[in-house]
Design a protein. Structure first.
Length: 97
């Protein structure tokens, strides 16, 4: 599972991590809403600091909410500024620190 890239400031969800997320979500009780936490914002926040440390290949996890409707929203950090946006049709509050 790789969330942080050694020696780099951006992040990535590799194929193994996405399979693990899918498997974990598939094993949860029916009707249980889920917040998915991502290490880096999956969309630009139009701020130079977080936008310089993006989640690489954000298109890879973009299909998760469509396949797993129990994902009520996503949360993320690494922004050093509070923000709110959407990703794949779900709300994304961004932690400031």
């Amino acid at each position: 599972m790789r969330l942080e890239l050694p020696g780099r400031d951006d992040g990535e969800l590799d194929a193994e991590t996405l399979v693990r997320i899918e498997s974990t979500l598939g094993g949860l009780a029916e009707g249980l809403p889920v917040l998915l936490a991502l290490p880096h914002p999956p969309v630009p926040l139009h701020h130079p600091l977080p936008d310089s440390r993006p989640l690489r290949d954000a298109g890879r996890p973009a299909g998760l909410p469509a396949r797993r409707p129990r994902i009520a929203g996503l949360i993320t950090g690494h922004a050093h500024t509070p923000a709110a946006t959407t990703f794949a049709g779900r709300p994304v509050p961004v932690g400031p620190g």
